[in-house]
Design a protein around this ligand. Structure first.
Ligand code: NIG
Ligand code: FE
Length: 416
């Protein structure tokens, strides 16, 4: 039997809990000083003080010493678009000169450019770049990541992206949770026929995604000049009927009511929310919809940040994620997200950590199995190289991750 003990942690930040933390609860980190964790066959068996480790566990165990280190649950990046072909560095340079994301999209750039490249790229190439990106995420302490399709916008390529994620989930240590985002943009072939495109997605792609068990969530880019509330409602309710869980890119650039739609459909999360109304957010709070905030995107789009304070103060559960994608936010950097959340969104350090662990897990409907250091959860644990969690935002923009343990196995070591 494989047993691993992590011990002597100056602080063991358990983030203990089996569901999303709302409002004030987000400040509770449940810290154990001189902490230890016992993992057997990939599952956490015991958590407590090092001096209290039961003797039965001390026999035959691989021990990892965390003296002067802080131990946290693995980060959960619950919103990314990391499987894609080509890059859009030229468009980014236009943005730096003052063109807006939507102006570039209206000129035929944006998502559609990545669609061209992703359609062309082979599965093997997408797997190779996907592996590289996952390696980078692992070095930032990410142990579970969500990934979306949406750069195919045709049957073959949407399926190809989802199959690539299935392969990556097997090949890489990080768990990859796939989301079907067929309604990410209107492809050239359907320009001016948006409703027909929505019907195509519902009739010709969605059933295959479900039959092939290729996605767990369905998402939509609900935005002015992309998909309306009615179109979003149509695709999401079809997905829900077929058993998929729901996410929405909601009220990112223009307030059209995506937050309210998420509440009325019982979505697991609504994401972005830069422009969400108080009413929409309050409806989300009532229906326990997680607010997944993506400050990297607001930052690069030079938009105002989402109102994290209003949300937390009004009892919402907030998660943070990178939104890693080739257009609006080409970064997998967790330290950048932490810096933006603490400095510009006025989130406390504790809230920020909760948002990247147990609440990220809840945004993937997995708060019962990951996102905290609790008995019976997966042994997904990260050792940070400083004695207190307060170093994590303090070392601005730099990763403090020293070791990553996934399912009880050491899979990343900065010094090896
Ligand atoms: O979450 N908003 C829509 N989708 C992505 C951007 C995708 C892209 O530009 O390629 C986002 O920001
Ligand atoms: Fe996104």
């Amino acid at each position: 039997m494989k047993r691993t003990i992590v011990k002597n942690a100056s602080q063991l930040i358990t983030c203990s809990g089996y569901k999303a933390k709302k409002g004030r609860e987000m400040n509770e980190l449940a810290i154990i000083e001189d902490g230890a964790v016992v993992i057997e066959e990939g599952i956490i068996k015991w958590v407590g003080k090092t001096s209290d480790i039961p003797t039965q566990y001390k026999r035959v165990a691989e021990e990892i010493d965390a003296t002067d280190k802080t131990v946290l649950p693995g980060f959960v990046d619950s919103h990314t678009h990391f499987v894609f072909g080509g890059y859009r560095e030229e468009e980014y340079s236009w943005r730096l000169k003052g063109n807006s994301y939507m102006e570039i999209m209206e000129k035929g750039g944006g998502i559609i450019n990545t669609v061209k490249e992703t359609r062309r790229e082979s599965k093997d190439c997408l797997i190779r770049s996907g592996m590289d990106r996952l390696n980078s995420m692992l070095s930032f302490g990410v142990t579970t990541v969500e990934g979306k399709s949406g750069y195919g916008l045709d049957y073959l390529t949407e399926i190809k992206q989802l199959e690539v994620m299935k392969k990556l989930n097997i090949r890489h240590d990080i768990d990859v949770i796939p989301t079907f985002l067929g309604a990410h943009a209107v492809p050239k072939e359907y320009k001016g026929k948006e409703d027909k495109y929505i019907d195509f997605i519902i009739e010709n792609v969605l059933p295959h995604v479900v039959d092939g068990e290729l996605a767990e969530f369905c998402d939509v880019f609900c935005e002015e000049n992309v998909f309306s509330i009615d179109q979003s409602h149509k695709v999401l309710s079809a997905a829900k009927k077929l058993g998929l869980k729901l996410k929405i890119h909601a009220d990112e650039i223009v307030q059209i009511g995506g937050a309210g739609l998420a509440a009325s459909l019982g979505a697991i999360s609504a994401d972005h929310l830069l422009m969400a109304s108080n009413k929409g957010l309050d409806d989300m709070a009532k229906k326990n919809v997680i607010a997944t905030l993506l400050p990297g995107t607001a930052f690069t789009l030079k938009e105002d940040f989402a109102r994290a304070r209003y949300m937390i103060d009004n009892n919402l559960a907030v998660a943070l994620a990178t939104d890693f994608n080739p257009g609006s936010c080409f970064t997998e950097s967790i330290p950048l997200i932490i810096a933006l959340a603490t400095i510009y969104m006025n989130m406390s350090i504790e809230e920020t950590i909760t948002a990247l662990t147990i609440n990220g897990a809840a945004a993937l409907d997995r708060a019962e199995i990951i996102g905290s250091i609790d008995v019976n959860k997966k042994g997904d644990i990260v050792i940070h190289e400083y004695p207190s969690y307060k170093f994590i935002p303090y070392h601005i923009g730099v990763s403090t991750v020293e070791k990553v343990i996934k399912n009880g196995q050491l899979v990343y070591d900065k010094y090896e």
